[in-house]
Design a protein around this ligand. Structure first.
Ligand code: SF4
Ligand code: SF4
Length: 170
C-alpha cells in the first residue's frame, strides 16, 4: 500500500469525511463492548498487515507521547541515564501539566523511521493508535483525531464507512 499517497492531505480528507466518520463512531458506540472490541481489533490487524509503519513515522513526527513515570525509567535505561537525568534532558511539562518530550519530531526518531529506544519506548507509543484491545469503546473519541495523523486509522474508519459493519460481523 502506497503510504506517501495516503499521507497527502490526510487532515483535509478527514475533514471531507467528517460527517460520515461521525456516523461510524456513533455506530461503534452503540455496539456491545465485546463486539466493538473484536471488530476494531480485526480491522486493526487487517490494516496493519498492509501498512509498514517504517514507511510512515508520521505519529513520531507529528504527535508526542504523554509520558508517565514508568517511561522515564525505561527510556533512561535505554540511554544509560537515571530517570531524573533523562527527565532533565528530554522532558518538559505541557500546558496541561503532562510530561512530554521537549522537542518534536521525537528526538528518538531515526532517519529510517526506526525508534532508537524501541525496547523502552513510552507506553503511549506502544499502544498508538489505540485501535485494538479491550475497552476500545472508551477511546473512540480519539479515533477521528488520530485519523488526521495516522493513515491506518483513516483506512479503518473509511473501510467501515464504505463497507458498513455487516461486512465484518459474520
Ligand atoms: S519514542 Fe520511539 S515510538 Fe515514541 S515517538 Fe519517539 S520514535 Fe516514535
Ligand atoms: S502508527 Fe500510524 S502514523 Fe504511526 S507510523 Fe504507523 S501508520 Fe504511521
Amino acid at each position: 500500500m502506497k503510504l506517501e499517497r495516503l499521507l497527502v492531505d490526510l487532515k483535509g480528507r478527514c475533514r471531507s469525511r467528517k460527517r460520515e466518520f461521525e456516523v461510524v463512531v456513533a455506530e461503534l458506540k452503540k455496539m456491545k463492548p465485546r463486539e466493538a472490541e473484536d471488530l476494531l481489533t480485526e480491522l486493526d490487524e487487517k490494516i496493519f498487515s498492509q501498512i509498514d509503519c517504517l514507511e510512515c513515522g508520521n505519529c513520531c513526527r507529528a504527535l508526542g507521547p504523554r509520558l508517565i513515570d514508568r517511561d522515564l525509567r525505561s527510556l533512561g535505561a535505554e540511554l544509560g541515564l537515571k530517570p531524573g537525568s533523562f527527565r532533565k534532558s528530554y522532558v518538559v511539562l505541557d500546558e496541561d501539566g503532562d510530561m512530554v518530550f521537549s522537542k518534536m519530531p521525537c528526538p528518538f526518531l531515526e532517519d529510517d523511521n526506526k525508534c532508537a529506544v524501541y525496547e523502552g519506548r513510552p507506553k503511549a507509543c506502544a499502544e498508538y493508535p489505540h485501535t485494538s484491545g479491550r475497552q476500545v469503546q472508551g477511546r473512540l473519541g480519539l479515533l477521528m483525531k488520530n485519523a488526521e495523523t495516522c493513515p491506518a486509522v483513516f483506512l479503518m474508519l473509511d473501510e467501515l464507512r464504505k463497507k458498513g459493519f455487516d461486512h465484518f460481523i459474520q
